[in-house]
Design a protein around this ligand. Structure first.
Ligand SMILES: [Zn+2]
Length: 279
């Protein structure tokens, strides 16, 4: 019995062992396949993540690039669109309540009579321009009259001293009299008339230096044609905060024909116009 049973049981055991091995192999294969799938999934997920990250980085880069472009645009735009002018041109010399006539300016200045009836002078080039302008206006039936032109600093000093003395005589202190005189007469050296490039222009029928001049035909003619002769309206209406001077429809400033055209086109007063070129 024992000898008969043994081979049967051995065969069964072998069969069972074989089955177990197969099952084990199968299980291992399934596990291997699962691990492979899991690895594949992991790799795909990682690659996708990496792709998104790179995408974000490049997008962010182009975004900041476009941002820096849009930031630099407003700065570079006016610079490139500014008309080319010669900032060393003596005819563009700026003088106002805060900026004095440059030292040595008067010494090299050459003036001549521009209006024979009044004897008023201007810098030579400005005088010639005024004479041409007056002739052109006359041809259109308009009579221009230069009532004030070049004033030397020493002449201005005399005017200022007289004005100040009047206030001292009225009992004001030195400082009070100075401040009061300043509101009526420009401080010597700080008047555009000291340059020989400023012209107070009226017409024989209206010689008051006030806003009423604006309603004359002479003003209308000047408003239309002064730039053709190199003059600009120096103290326009609404620019008092910048020029420091009230609206003066009679006060014209010679800057030269080419500069006058550019400044008039800009719609800016001289301070604003020149200010654009300061860096
Ligand atoms: Zn003036």
């Amino acid at each position: 019995m024992e000898q008969q049973n043994r081979p049967v049981s051995t065969a069964r055991q072998r069969a069972a062992a074989k089955r177990k091995r197969r099952q084990k192999i199968m299980r291992n294969r399934i596990i291997f396949a699962c691990v492979c799938l899991a690895l594949l999934f992991l790799v795909v997920t990682l690659l996708r993540g990496l792709g998104t990250l790179i995408g974000n980085l490049t997008e962010g880069g182009s975004e900041s690039q476009s941002q820096s472009q849009s930031q630099s645009e407003p700065v570079s735009e006016p610079e490139t669109s500014l008309p080319a002018i010669d900032l060393t041109d003596w005819r563009l010399t700026l003088v106002n309540n805060n900026v004095a006539v440059p030292e040595g300016y008067e010494a090299s200045l050459s003036v001549k009579v521009a209006e024979s009836s009044t004897g008023k002078e201007l810098a030579e080039e400005a005088a010639d321009a005024y004479v041409s302008m007056k002739a052109a206006a006359a041809a259109d039936g308009i009579d221009l009259l230069l009532c004030s032109g070049y004033r030397s600093v020493s002449y201005q000093e005399g005017l200022f001293a007289n004005e100040k003395q009047e206030w001292l005589d009225k009992g004001l202190t030195e400082q009070e009299a100075y401040d009061k005189a300043k509101t009526i007469v420009a401080v010597p050296g700080y008047s555009e008339h000291n340059l020989g490039l400023a012209a107070d222009i009226v017409t024989p029928s209206y010689q008051n230096l006030d806003e009423g001049f604006e309603n004359t035909d002479a003003f209308k003619w000047l408003d239309e044609h002064c730039t053709e002769y190199g003059f600009i309206l120096r103290y326009p209406n609404g620019k008092q905060d910048i020029t420091g001077i009230i609206y003066e429809p009679w006060h014209y400033r010679y800057v030269g024909v080419e500069n006058a055209a550019i400044i008039a086109e800009s719609g800016l007063c001289l301070e604003e116009f020149l200010g654009q070129y300061q860096t």
